[in-house]
Design a protein around this ligand. Structure first.
Ligand code: PLP
Length: 400
């Protein structure tokens, strides 16, 4: 049986070209970038190239706006904690109900331990932000707004340009968790008002444990990790040089493959989605059909458990996910689908298929071959299914 990997929003395979680019930095180019000798200088040069490559991927104006971190979670935490220090007299955070735990669990912690007021803005049934509620929450106490660019579960995109402008009108900083967006859609950060942006290497074919925080020139920043003067004093600790070089190379490759993501990868996703909706009754797509990442498909199969579907998919060689990887293991439906008010009978059976440039038509064929039988088998066993097959899908029926 051929393995089919459709869980690229959880993590991606490191591109072989990225591995090749990294290898010398484990062996002959082992210097410390801060050292005043040739070993250090060579590494410093390579890191400058990597910083430029990340800069180009997100359209930043200056390379020093890029701070290398250990990944998306660290970047998210650093952005929020910095804003609470620099925005004197402001102690409120605005975020959304559908953020990654990298934001939500920090906000909950800050509310509990520091008395910070956190506004979590809701979404509609397609995962679109309630902009009116956001406008009302903004005020003179707002230190920072943190809203994701693309949702990791449904792929729904938020209008971050507009959201950043609104934050600035209230004197607040605007951060976006763009971990799922970077590398999948074209980003030109300099043409927006976004102050800070998080990205993560392992979502774009670089290794795990490396990421970056973009901080716009002129935005005051306080480091979360203090120590040496690496990263211009904004993130202390000797840099993970091979991973930095890998992130740079992966950024260059992501730019090169961007058109493929928008066309071929999107076409694969669309064919899978259409095929599944046609073949499996009582199923529907969650998320905003007209404003989504090109690689993500989240389908809710009513009256069955996502975990059971995943187990049988796994047996058929297919890797997908139910909810975000961090929450799987819990039987609660995902907080994202709950915020969208997807009925429990459907949210439990939601499966995310997420593509990347490594996928091809044969992967879609294999899933289309396996899934209808898996769903039919599980529904036969489901006490909730009996009689429900006569009813139409109860949610989001306009999208087919
Ligand atoms: N933000 C989003 C939207 C994510 O999807 C993830 C990872 O799943 C993260 C943040 C965390 O990134 P990292 O794994 O690099 O810490």
């Amino acid at each position: 049986m051929r393995p089919v990997y459709l869980d690229n929003n959880a993590t991606t395979r490191v591109d072989p070209e990225v591995v090749q680019a990294m290898l010398p930095f484990f062996t002959e180019q082992f210097g410390n970038a801060s050292s005043m000798h040739a070993f250090g200088a060579a590494v410093g040069d390579a890191m400058r190239t990597a910083r430029k490559q990340v800069q180009e991927l997100i359209g930043a104006e200056f390379d020093h706006e890029i701070i290398f971190t250990s990944g998306g979670t660290e970047s998210d935490n650093s952005a929020i904690l910095s804003a609470l220090e620099t925005q004197v007299g402001r102690d409120e955070i605005i975020t959304t109900m559908v953020e990654h735990p990298g934001i939500l669990s920090l906000c909950d912690h800050l509310a509990k331990t520091r008395g910070i007021t956190v506004h979590k803005i809701g979404v509609d049934s397609m995962g679109r932000l309630d902009i009116e509620a956001y406008r009302k929450a903004l005020g003179p106490k707002t230190a920072i707004v943190s809203m994701m660019w693309a949702n990791n579960e449904t792929g729904t995109l938020f209008p971050v340009d507009l959201l950043a402008e609104l934050a600035h009108e209230a004197g607040a900083l605007f951060h976006t968790d763009a971990v799922q967006a970077v590398g999948k859609i074209a980003i030109d950060i300099k043409s927006t008002e976004i102050d800070m942006l998080s990205l993560s290497g392992h979502k774009l074919h670089a290794p795990k444990g490396i990421g970056a925080l973009y901080v716009r020139k002129g935005v005051r920043f306080r480091p979360m990790i203090r120590g040496g003067h690496q990263e211009r004093g904004r993130r202390a600790g000797t840099e993970n040089v091979p991973a930095v070089i890998g992130l740079g190379k992966a950024s260059e490759l992501a730019l090169k493959h961007m058109a493929d993501e928008q066309t071929r990868v999107k076409a694969l996703r669309d064919r899978l989605e259409k095929g599944l909706l046609q073949q499996v009754g009582n199923s529907f797509v969650t998320g905003d059909p007209t404003n989504r990442l090109p690689n993500t498909c989240n389908i809710a199969f009513e009256y069955i458990e996502g975990e059971a579907i995943l187990l049988l998919l796994n047996k058929a060689g297919i890797a997908a996910s139910s909810g975000s990887a961090c929450t799987s293991g819990s039987l609660e439906p995902s907080h994202v689908l709950r915020a969208m008010k997807v009925p429990y009978t459907a949210a439990h059976g939601a499966i995310r298929f997420s593509f990347c440039r490594d996928n091809g038509e044969a992967d879609v064929d294999q899933v289309l071959e396996a899934v209808p039988a898996i769903i039919a088998k599980l529904r036969e066993l489901s006490p909730f299914w009996q009689g429900a097959d006569k009813a139409p899908a109860v949610f989001n029926p306009t999208f087919a």
